[in-house]
Design a protein around this ligand. Sequence first.
Ligand code: ADP
Ligand code: ZN
Length: 768
Amino acid sequence: MSRPRREAAMTQTLQRDLFGLDEPPEPPVAGLFADVVFDRPLDHAFTYAVGDDLAATIAVGKRVRAPFGRGDRTTIGYCVRLNETPPTRPVKELTAVLDDEALLDDHLMRLTRWMADYYLCGWGQVLNAVVPAGARDKAGTRLRMFIEAVADKEPPEHLPAKQAAVLQYLREVHHPVELRELTRRVRCGPGPIEALASKGLVRRITRRMDRFIDTGEEAGEPDGPITLNEDQRRVWAQLEPALHGGFQAFLLHGVTGSGKTEIYLRAIEEVVRQGKEALVLVPEISLTPQTIARFQGRCGETAVMHSHLGDAERGGHWRRVASGQVQVVVGARSAVFAPARKLGLIVIDEEHESTFKQESTPRYHARDVAVMRARLENIPILLGSATPSLESWHNAQRGQYTLLTLPQRVMERPLPPVTLIDRRHETPRKGRFPALSAGLEHAMRDALREGGQVILMLNRRGFSTHIHCPSCGHIESCRFCDLGLTYHKQRDIMLCHYCGYEEAPPKNCQLCGQAAVRYHGLGTEKLQAEIEELFPNYVVRRMDSDTMRRPGSHGRTLAAFREGLIHILMGTQMIAKGLDFPNVTLVGVVNADVGLHVPDFRAAERTFQLLSQVAGRAGRGPRGGRVIVQTLTPEHPCIALAAAHDYAGFTAAELIHRRAHNYPPYQRMARVIVRSHDQQAAGAFADRLAAAFAETLQKLAEKGPAEVRLLGPAEAPVFRLKGYFRYHFQLQSPSAATLHQVLRAVLPMQRPPTGVEFTLDVDPFNML
Ligand code: ADP
Ligand code: ZN
């Protein structure tokens, strides 16, 4: 039998097997047909017949149950298209329609379709990641009781003392206060409040709240009226006309403390006034009660979406937003899919943050998805940062985004002076190098003596960052990764920061048996111990992912810092961002070089951003402030220019470098990682995949000058991770379209052997 005929015969047998029939079924002649996608990496939809019983309820954007794959297992999928043209092949029938209302409207369907195309994954995978598991459940969000003074109603002369106190408190704060908070403040039970309510002097309001939000005083304090300064007025004049509709992307570059948030708030107020809704994306870490309160206080009904929410809560928010009960959605990355039906504006704060990139399928970047959403919905989008990503800066320079600038801090406050302390030439004190140089220690003493507060950053958690044997040089490393273990003293374990593997610290070297392992390197835990020893009379708190495990602990620590109960707040980059504490007069960076020497082309950009952000925490109040940065490479442009607050200088230098090496933003990049527990199998498949790309590139080159470059394959910088051996290669092209054309030509044909997996990352952020 010739090859095609044999294949045709095989297909027929296969079909008979699949349908369990002796006779092949006939294609249908008429009826309603639904195209359905499943949570699989497949780029096509499957057509099903819609029975009469389901015809009335089926709709695009609803979930369905359908027989799928081998054995026709009932599987949940999404209906993505309906049509009445009969397919040319026999089809199976839908089993059930799961939703009363479509979960996604037309815009979100188009957005997710675009994501599947752009990130080269299944549309079903995208939909599954976008819709929260609890979206269909009927579980609600929590209702909370608020009390508000009734305006213009004069109280009788002799109110009982407690009632008078409640009333006075409510009139002073001018806004509704949560019942629990009110009883705590005034130190009373519910009795006096009940009495006031029955006299018509106060009224009760129920509000849906997020369990996570601690409605302490932070959530209550509304900003006083703010008069825009001259720079803000100029920015507003450029922005305001665009808020009436039409796609336009703005990049707001404003130094730390320049009043960017005030611009966001005005813009949101304006679109809400027009009866539309706004979406605000912030990095997860910025979802502090302080940030949330600013939006809640000003912008109407707000939903907050972050990763600590359970399925039911996420689902509850989803339904509330979809039903138009919410004016403003504030959330981290995945809030970009909030099902607002009347969206009028998207704001992205700290647009440069890498947490907007999702590191699992679909590997999307929320900023880029948001820009696409704004385009599809034909609305304005505002990206803001003190240190815009080079991608966004480049877009502003070539006119894709409109640049808005706030070059000065508000109230004519200067940016804090930054002093670099070069630790290369330091001599040891008492035989060792302390975490703090004499200069930083003195500056801390001065700041504290004058009643200021100190923020101290060390971007490395744990106690000792490496453990080694002085006799044979063996370094304790993870059993599953090519990475050293970090000693965590409090828990007395050695921990892998990549895979979470932990092990008891050894008494003897595990290689040579020598009984003298040494602990080296400085992590936040050790730093805390040193600081507490140096400053016994001050309260020190550490903020890193070890101390901030419980939901709410982050907010509680910040509240205590605001109240002055903590003098020195130290921690990882968690403390570098977004915080606005006017009494911080000194910021210290213990080791500026931590992230600089990793094999990632964005290392300098990230270091610059982090230093600028943390420096921005100093001197935000009338007392001013300063910054001290300890480093071993003071001459590195990202450190020297961050110290000079010279964003333009840094980007100019860095862009020259990026262009010379064909890196983003000049070139688009896709990264392929092949991994397996079997090193050889991984290597062999990586070679095969790369060869397939090389062949396609060769064909492309025959038609014209090669626009796509292939780099690799090679061992990934962290070769073994979580027990997998990893090979990677990169594709680079000045044209996103050409890059996608190549990816699409090659990838669908590739099936890795059993035990080998590959992932594709379009616009990768993680280069390890
Ligand atoms: P950014 O987001 O740029 O870091 P913020 O918007 O947080 O800056 O503003 C910093 C502080 O300045 C906030 O406390 C804010 O209320 C205040 N602020 C903003 N604009 C003005 C203004 N025009 N006049 C006075 N204070 C302002
Ligand atoms: Zn590990």
